[in-house]
Design a protein around this ligand. Structure first.
Ligand SMILES: [Zn+2]
Ligand SMILES: [Zn+2]
Length: 89
């Protein structure tokens, strides 16, 4: 049996560009799947993931830089797309 909510609320280990709560966390530094610092994976489109930080509620598109496709459909309709993605290194 599968919880229907699990389809929508998946987890992804991507650093939040707003609260950067992963800093000074040994588990995150080591690249592990940290139990505390994960994000909701709300949607995925090609190589992009639409994430929400459970801590600060920030939502953004994350470019995974791998995968096929890469064409985003309806991306402009979603809030939280960072205009200054270049700053997130
Ligand atoms: Zn955050
Ligand atoms: Zn962590």
């Amino acid at each position: 049996m599968r919880d229907p909510d699990a389809v929508v609320v998946r987890r992804a280990w991507v650093h939040c560009p707003r609260c950067t709560d992963h800093t000074s966390c040994q588990s995150c530094e080591a690249g592990h799947c940290c139990e505390r610092h994960w994000r909701f994976l709300l949607e995925s489109e090609g190589r992009y993931l639409f994430l929400q930080c459970p801590r600060c509620r920030y939502r953004w598109w994350h470019d995974t830089r791998f995968g096929v496709g890469g064409r985003l459909v309806g991306m402009a309709d979603l809030p939280g797309f960072p205009p200054d993605e270049a700053q997130v290194a």
